[in-house]
Design a protein around this ligand. Structure first.
Ligand SMILES: NC(=O)C1=CN([C@@H]2O[C@H](COP(=O)(O)OP(=O)(O)OC[C@H]3O[C@@H](n4cnc5c(N)ncnc54)[C@H](OP(=O)(O)O)[C@@H]3O)[C@@H](O)[C@H]2O)C=CC1
Ligand SMILES: Nc1nc(=O)c2c([nH]1)NC[C@@H]1CN(c3ccc(C(=O)N[C@@H](CCC(=O)O)C(=O)O)cc3)C=[N+]21
Length: 293
């Protein structure tokens, strides 16, 4: 079993991004600027947003964090989105999900100017992705594609099974891997909670992508020998006696599945690391005006 090391790869990509920032500076261009809006006090979201801000610092990007209380109204949030849309010093921004229950996530996503939608969640970007046009790719699937590319994992003609069909992970993942290109050209099966005999599908997978949000759901008897495992899940499970009181685990039982796998991503230190750098890659593209000319 070999590890797909997200942490190491993220470091490598950050160095490349830092070099791009230098290049821009030499041409008299300012640092790329990412803004993030965090509403409420979801503990996991706080960690993710902090990681994004920290990553910006590491590569020399400018970042702005806008924190709002859980009682923020939808109208207020839409006002912030409009301000960020209009702010020429901001190249791209994200509104961290999930939002508090009284705010309609769809309405907020639709309000973001697609040219600044570095999450790639706006239907304009999603549609362009599906058609293979220039777009901001959603960060997590983009990170997985980058990982497959850099580790030279062959996907062409392979059986890929994706678990989970969310708009931000499973569905775009299935589209990107089935599209023409490298990585790509795979034969993709998309499974979800209504799938019958899930294990019959997963056992056929050459590459298994798990994004369902159930701790250690995928067990050794559900995969074949030599499978490549991309574990997108990030789950907090109670761990009494530890400093934090919880530990992180993926949607895959790392120990048992790892012993059958050829390659596997750890959690943490896997896909999550690349999600953050993919957001930076999109922000650089936004600053360079590469996507929407
Ligand atoms: N590493 C990273 O950067 C990121 C990690 N994540 C993590 O990935 C996981 C998935 O998140 P997200 O994509 O938002 O997913 P959602 O929570 O939005 O959706 C879960 C998906 O899994 C499916 N599902 C649920 N139970 C089962 C089951 N028993 N068998 C088969 N399919 C099932 C659901 O099916 P149905 O549609 O039928 O309900 C749904 O499509 C979470 O752990 C999340 O924390 C998320 C984003 C980024
Ligand atoms: N608008 C929006 N955009 C997102 O991109 C978005 C979102 N909302 N909501 C939630 C998911 C999840 N997500 C992660 C970000 C960082 C890590 C990350 O840094 N993970 C580290 C450590 C995590 C930890 O220590 O808790 C790792 O896996 O090694 C993971 C997951 C972005 N998401």
């Amino acid at each position: 079993m070999q590890i797909l090391d997200g942490k190491e790869l993220a470091k490598e990509i950050r160095q490349e991004l830092a070099a791009e920032v230098e290049k821009r500076a030499a041409m008299g261009k300012r640092a790329p600027h990412l803004a993030a809006v965090l509403v409420g006090d979801d503990p996991a979201s706080q960690v993710y947003v902090r990681n994004k801000v920290r990553s910006c610092e590491k590569v020399g990007f400018r970042s702005t964090l806008i924190r709002k209380g859980a009682d923020t109204t939808e109208a207020e949030l839409l006002g912030i989105v409009q301000q960020l849309n209009a702010d020429e010093t901001v190249d791209g921004f994200i509104v961290q999900l999930p939002l508090p229950g009284h705010i309609n996530e769809e309405r907020v996503t639709l309000a973001i100017d697609p040219r600044k939608d570095v999450d790639g969640f706006h239907p304009a970007n999603f549609g362009r992705m599906a058609q293979g046009l220039p777009c901001y790719l959603p960060a997590t699937p983009a990170g997985v594609m980058e990982m497959l590319r850099r580790y030279e994992i062959e996907t062409s003609g392979k059986e890929v099974v994706v678990l989970g069909r969310s708009n931000i992970v499973g569905t775009p993942m299935s589209i990107l891997l089935s599209r023409k290109g490298s990585p790509g050209n795979a034969t993709v099966t998309l499974c979800h909670s209504r799938t019958q005999d899930l294990a019959a599908h997963t056992r056929r997978a050459d590459i298994l992508v798990a994004a369902i949000g159930i701790p250690e759901f995928v067990k050794a008897d559900m995969v074949k020998d030599g499978v490549v495992v991309i574990d997108v899940g990030i789950n907090r499970v109670d761990a009494p006696g530890t400093e934090k009181g919880y530990r992180l685990c993926g949607d895959v039982d790392f120990e048992s599945v790892g012993s059958k796998a050829s390659w596997i991503t750890p959690v943490p230190g896997g896909v999550g690391q690349l999600t953050v750098v993919s957001l930076l890659i999109n922000t650089l593209k936004a600053a360079n005006g590469e996507v929407f000319a």
